[in-house]
Write a protein that binds this ligand. Structure first.
Ligand code: UD1
Ligand code: CA
Length: 481
């Protein structure tokens, strides 16, 4: 297969997308962690074109700003009024100097399922057959609304007729124009000048270029897409969700074929940027976003949402929300944990039930098993943080850091009022409010002394159930019960 690089790819994204009923421009809606136009650019990028231009129009400030963020190398051309796909391509070419020698590929910005592979096949057919234009087509179950591919008795493509302009016989055709083309750039520029607007929509149709080139005696060809779902344009939120489902299935299928166990693909959602190693297991109800990476043999889920989080080999993450965190090999998180940005768990660390961490380094084998908040902290190796402890990091104005050494055992219900440092091997008593540094190897006790006022219940709550229970207890011989 030819690997010739196209001279340019033109992405059409000026349309309004009214049927989305959204304040967000259509091509900026997201599926699997990328905007619709972002997916198209990724597929187009696989062709390694010399130039890439996106034609923007409706809501162009937002679209341009988005493109500058995700694809700064891409150029934009403005189509101030949406006078049709032919006009849009003309605006795109103008941005590239009006005329491009070599192959020009045109794609729509709202077809996120289009693959680089299909574009490569189109491009290769185009070069191999020496065509002036090659259109990507597909057989669809319902062709309503699409331009129909008209072929002659020999099977050669003669024209594309828009649904609104088609005859009854033409409307019966199920082979449709995907809106994706490969053109000879010079012939395209000339033909676009001849496109007229005498059609039902009063627009410059890009599709007319095909007939114009054919009448001028040039070769016109077609490349039929293997899977018609790939070329589906998104027009409303139903189609958006269908496309997301298809793309998600594609990503999970690839993951499973590479050795990942996905227990329930129906309730597992992943972004295109998520990566896996062999024998990772994903339990039901799990969403993996951004630069999340699952290491070898780790298990994630059920019911977990991980964003930009790396999970080490053999780690276990259960019913957890994690953002911008790192879970070391064989570490254990959850159930019901929340790892906020900057949480870094070393090997075999444990963050247990109802524990929240933020900007915290948890050393190898260190455990924070229950009901705690660890914010802005560094904890060494093999320490144990007692249940219901809070790293008091905020004085109402600034955040402060707490350092806990290695092999420490802190009591339950401790408050570590930062900035504070607990030395290696130190202990703290349950219920302590630690406001001063604890030297290595000491026991810190920072709580009120216990005082028992005997007979208080009998005096202050006479006749109560408590008083009766106390009296009964006082009659029992010592050493029993
Ligand atoms: C177009 C094709 C049709 C094809 C269908 C595939 C034409 C005349 N028709 O129809 O044959 O079956 O796509 O989905 O080409 N756009 C602009 N500027 C414009 C008009 C459109 O940038 O002035 C962009 C839109 O944002 C969109 C793409 O071009 O990304 C297609 O436009 P759309 O209006 O959806 O064309 P269809 O009527 O669906
Ligand atoms: Ca369309």
């Amino acid at each position: 297969m030819s690997t010739s690089r196209p001279a340019a790819v033109v992405v059409l994204a000026a349309g309004e997308g009214t049927r989305m009923k959204s304040a967000t421009p259509k091509v900026l809606h997201d599926i699997c962690g990328r905007s619709l136009v972002g997916h198209v650019l990724a597929a187009a990028g696989e062709l390694q074109p010399e130039q890439l231009v996106v034609v923007v129009g409706h809501a162009r400030e937002k679209v341009t700003e988005h493109l500058a963020g995700v694809a700064p190398e891409v150029r934009t051309a403005v189509q101030a009024e949406q006078n049709g796909t032919g006009h849009a391509v003309r605006m795109g070419l103008e941005e590239l100097g009006g005329r491009v020698e070599g192959t020009v590929v045109v794609v729509c910005g709202d077809t996120p399922l289009l693959t680089g592979e299909t574009l490569r096949r189109l491009s290769a057919t185009h070069s191999a057959d020496g065509n002036a234009v090659t259109v990507l087509t597909a057989e669809v179950p319902d062709a309503t609304g699409y331009g129909r591919i008209v072929r002659d008795d020999s099977g050669a493509v003669t024209a594309i007729v828009e649904h609104k302009d088609a005859s009854e016989t033409q409307r019966a055709i199920r082979e449709i124009n995907s809106g994706v083309f490969a053109f000879d750039g010079a012939l395209l520029a000339d033909a676009l000048k001849k496109v007229r607007t005498d059609n039902s929509q009063g627009e410059e149709y890009l599709t007319d270029v095909l007939g114009i080139l054919r009448e001028a005696g040039h070769r016109v060809g077609a490349s039929v897409a293997g899977d018609h779902r790939e070329i589906a344009g998104i027009n409303n939120r139903v189609q958006l969700s269908e496309a997301r489902r298809i793309l998600n299935d594609r990503l999970l299928t690839a993951a499973m074929l590479s050795g990942v166990t996905v227990i329930d693909p129906a309730t597992t959602w992943v972004d295109v940027t998520v990566t896996f190693e062999q024998d990772a297991v994903v339990h039901p109800g799990t969403q993996l976003h951004g630069a999340t990476h699952l290491g070898e043999g780790c298990e994630v889920g059920p019911n977990s949402r991980l964003t930009d989080t790396r999970v080490g080999a053999g780690a276990r993450v259960d019913n957890t929300v994690a953002v911008g965190s790192e879970v070391g090999p064989e570490a254990s998180v959850g159930p019901y944990a929340y790892l906020r940005p900057g949480s870094r768990l070393a090997r075999k660390a444990k963050i247990g039930t109802y524990v929240e961490t933020k900007n915290a380094s948890i050393g190898e084998g260190t455990k924070v098993p229950h009901l705690s908040y660890v914010g802005d902290a560094t904890i060494g190796e093999f320490s144990n943080i007692g249940a219901a402890s809070v790293f008091v990091n905020y004085d109402g104005q600034d955040k402060h850091h707490t350092t806990v050494g290695s092999h420490c055992k802190t009591g339950s219900d401790n408050m570590f009022v930062a900035p504070v440092t607990i030395g290696d091997g130190a202990y703290t008593a349950a219920g302590s409010v630690i406001t001063k540094d604890v030297p290595a190897g000491s026991l810190a006790v920072a709580r009120g002394q216990q005082r028992n006022i005997e007979g208080w219940v009998a005096r202050k709550r006479p006749g109560s159930a408590a008083a009766k229970a106390a009296e009964a207890a006082s009659r029992e011989p010592a050493g029993e019960g």
